[in-house]
Structures are given as C-alpha cells and as structure tokens.
Write a protein that binds this ligand. Structure first.
Ligand SMILES: [Zn+2]
Ligand SMILES: [Zn+2]
Length: 428
C-alpha cells in the first residue's frame, strides 16, 4: 500500500472493521449465520469464542454437564465461581459480554434428548466439539437427515483433527470409520454399553494450546462453507495436526454408498399444533392417514424401553425412556433383585398402547422432526409448536443450500486412523 492510499478514518468504534476489510470473509454472510455448537468443553469454548468475535447472528450451544474447576485449564469462559453451574449458563453469560450483538441460545441436556432436528434445520452449520465417537455418530446422522454441513474437531495430547462433512457430497463421518471403530460405537450404543459408560470419562489428556489450534481451524473451515466458497476447504476431507513433530496433512476417504449414515429427509412440514409434550404418536399418525390415506408407523429414530419384565417375580413396569437413559441399577428388579428383561422399540403404530403417550415420553426432544412411513409414502412433521419456546418464529425454511464442488480431491490415506478420543460417551 502506498502512503498516499492512507486515509485517516476512525474505525476504533467499528467492532467488525478488520473483518470487513478482509478479502477472505464476506462479513454480511457471517453476520447472518446461525450456528450450533455441540459440546461446551475445551473445544466448544474456543469455537464459541471465535464465532462470537466474528459476530455471527446466533450461537446455539448445547452441553449436558456442569463446570468443574478441572475444566479451567482449557476453557476460557469458565471461572472458579462457576463450579457446579451448567456449562451452557456460564458460557452464554460470558459470550454475551464478549459480543452483545450475538444471540445466544442455551440447550442444557444431551444430544438425544435436548436437540430436535427442527433446530438443526434452522442452523446454517454445526460445530461438533465432542469427545466420543458415539456422540459424533449422532451428530452425523442428525446433520445428514437435515442436510446440514458440520465441522468436527478432536484432540488428544499434541494431536488434533478437523474434518468437514457435507451431507450428500463426499464421505460422511461413518464412511471414514474402520470396522473396528464402528463395532466400538455399536457396543457403546447398546445395552452392554450402559455398564461401560462412565469408564473412560476424563481419560483423554488435552491442552489449552491444542484446543485453540483445533477450534480455530474448525471455525475457519466452517466460515469457508458459510461463505459458499468450499473449494479450498476441508469439505469431505480431514486435516491431521501432529504438533509433536509439526506435521500437518490432509487425508480423504471415499464415500461408501452402503454406509448407514446417509439418510436424508425430504420436505419437512411445519406443524404449529404439534409439540413434543402435547402430541402423541397417534395424533401424528392420524394426520398422516388424512394426508396419505395410509396407516403408517412413526420411526422414532432411537431405541426406547417400553417395559421392564422380571423373570424372577413376574413383576412388570411400564416405562417409556430411551434405552441410553436406563442404567444398570434400574434394570435390577426392586422387588426381588433379579435383572429384568427390557422390551424396546423404535417404531410406533396406532395399535401400540404407547401411541397415546406424549412423544416426549418416548424421548422425542422439543422441535424434533417426526418421520412417518407407510407402504407407499413417507412424511416428515416438525413439532413446530415447540419453536416459540426456543425463540424461533414459524417461518418457511429454505431448503438446504448444499455447496457445489466440494468432493474430496486428496488421495485416500488408509493408514490414517482416528484419534482415540473416548470410545464411550460420557453417560447418556
Ligand atoms: Zn457415510
Ligand atoms: Zn422381580
């Protein structure tokens, strides 16, 4: 720049000035972006920090845990006095201080019970800041169904990874997993996983420096997708960051057409009369029958324990809770101590007694999208009545804009393996 080009203009009052003059970002696109950050741990803190400083329109932050003093070594937004407070509460308060322009929405709970697909549907991009493969698989499936791109981050000691997944284009998270990794996820998701659940909690060594590095790349890559310029992004690829020896490299996997993670919902009907706590599967099925003429079934998208039966004393208890919420202690018969048998289901027909239960009792979160299948047709109904409580007005949602030309261009690296970041989810 020549000296003559310099203008003395006071930009000290413009928070976004340095972003506005960058040729890399389109500020207007960033300023209207709605983003979901899943996990408010070390990575979630850093991802939220960057997003808030860049001035996105809305950050929805989801976490189930409370702050512990042990988090302070790598979580910029937590303080000693926050010990015992919900992570979402603490982070929302500090983010608001950091940038009052950004709307913050807190979701306290786990992925399966607090995060409705309708919320993902209203987001532009999702950042996964999780520490388990099982939870990543959940994010993969949810983002896949709603056709939302997502950016995954992982770290362990001085190793890190960032991957970007664009549903329908290139590999999904599950396409990149080895058979052994898939088996471990399936185990963690099963009944047997109940007992294992807490074993590996907090076992992954992490550092604040790696948190900063991984999260910064996550946000940078996410912004490329938001900008609609995915050409040089990590879409469909994975960056491996080995800070032990300062080796950074990109790998890509093939899309596996047989993969189970590719379910994509089509047009979602927003139904303002439907809510998770006020609507039953039967009501949803009635609507489906009116519209399609068919008797369909609700696909819950999760395994739900309908009943406990005791082989010892013959006692039975009607339940209605996602299997992942049922721990070993509950499986034990309160009458005689025998391990009880579970009756589970993932579908509801109008013949089932539980079709009259509110959907929330079957583990359906607020603002979820309910899939109904018949012999000839399929429909997706959003529980849009929950949106008001979460601060969303009803509005026609534009169908997903999937960026073009994002297929991976780097050779498959079969030798690269995922970080051993917690094989089992923290409890469900
Ligand atoms: Zn896949
Ligand atoms: Zn018993």
């Amino acid at each position: 720049m020549h000296m003559a080009d310099l203008r003395i203009v006071d930009h000290s009052k413009d928070r976004y000035h340095s972003l506005a003059i960058s040729s890399v970002w389109e500020l207007a696109k960033i300023r209207k972006a709605r983003v979901l950050v899943v996990g408010a741990g070390a990575l979630g803190n850093e991802v939220c920090k960057n997003l808030a400083m860049m001035g996105v329109k809305q950050i929805v932050v989801l976490d189930r845990d409370t702050v512990e003093v042990a988090n302070l070594s790598r979580s910029v937004f937590f303080r000693e006095k926050d010990h015992g407070r919900a992570k979402t509460e603490a982070i929302a308060e500090r983010l608001q201080e950091l940038n009052p322009d950004v709307e913050i929405l807190k979701l306290t709970g786990d992925l399966d019970s607090a995060l409705g697909l309708g919320l993902i549907r209203r987001m532009d991009i999702v950042f996964s800041c999780l520490d388990s493969r099982l939870a990543r698989r959940s994010v993969n499936r949810m983002c896949g169904k709603m056709s939302k791109p997502w950016v995954d981050g992982a770290m362990e000691d001085l190793l890190g990874e960032v991957a970007v997944y664009v549903p329908g284009r290139g590999p999904c998270y599950e396409c990149t997993l080895s058979q052994a990794e898939k088996t471990r996820i399936a185990e963690a998701a099963s009944c047997r996983g109940i007992a294992l659940r807490n074993l590996s909690l907090g076992k992954v060594p992490t550092t604040p420096t790696m948190g900063s590095i991984v999260a910064a790349i996550q946000v940078q890559e996410g912004i490329k997708i938001l900008n609609g310029k995915p050409v040089n992004s990590l879409a469909g690829k994975r960056l491996v960051i080995n800070c032990n020896i300062n080796d950074f490299y990109v790998t890509a996997s093939e899309r596996n057409e047989e993969c189970e993670g590719h379910e994509q919902f089509d047009t979602v009907a927003e139904v303002s009369e439907f809510t998770s706590s006020g609507t039953s599967a039967r009501q949803v099925l009635e609507r489906f029958k009116r519209e399609s003429g068919e008797d369909g079934f609700v696909e819950l998208g999760r395994e739900v324990v309908i009943e406990f039966r005791c082989p010892g004393c013959g006692g039975a208890e009607v339940l209605g809770e996602p299997i992942r919420k049922v721990d070993e202690a509950r499986q034990c018969c309160p009458q005689c101590g025998t391990t009880r048998e579970l009756e589970t289901t993932h579908v509801v027909t109008n013949k089932d007694s539980w079709s009259e239960w509110p959907l929330s009792r079957l583990g359906i979160p607020k603002l979820d999208v309910i899939e109904v299948r018949g012999a000839q047709s399929v429909a997706w109904y959003e529980l849009s009545g929950d949106g008001v409580e979460l601060g969303f007005e009803l509005r026609p949602v534009v169908q997903p804009e999937v960026p073009r030309d994002v297929l991976p261009s780097v050779q498959d690296d079969a030798q690269s393996k995922h970080l051993e970041a917690l094989p089992v989810q923290k409890s469900a």
